[in-house]
Design a protein around this ligand. Structure first.
Ligand SMILES: [Zn+2]
Length: 103
């Protein structure tokens, strides 16, 4: 499985007087885990249990690997297109003006 977004560790402070989270130095609550992704330019978050965090972190890792691989394959495709010998032949055979790609 693949999952977009990222998982962030959160440590929080509560409102109770005398709680360790309000001491100096503070003993904050947590860690808690939050999954965040962008949906239509807005961040959408969900809290995760420790077990969910472990499972979904692996999915996010898969997503990153897949995106890296796709980017590399796209580079290879673009490089193969650049070395297509028909660019030269078409440029010589036609009088359509300058090529639209840079040399
Ligand atoms: Zn507290």
């Amino acid at each position: 499985m693949v999952l977009p977004g990222s998982i962030t560790e959160r440590r929080t402070r509560c409102g109770r007087d005398g709680c360790a989270c309000r001491a100096d130095p503070p003993g904050l609550h947590g860690p808690y885990w939050q999954w965040t992704r962008k949906v239509a330019a807005r961040s959408v978050c969900r809290w995760l249990s420790p077990g969910q965090r472990e499972d979904y972190q692996a999915w996010i890792h898969n997503d990153r690997r897949l995106r890296d691989l796709l980017a590399r394959l796209e580079e290879l495709g673009a490089a193969a297109l650049d070395t297509d010998p028909r660019w030269q032949r078409d440029a010589r055979a036609s009088a359509r003006g300058p090529r639209q790609t840079s040399p």
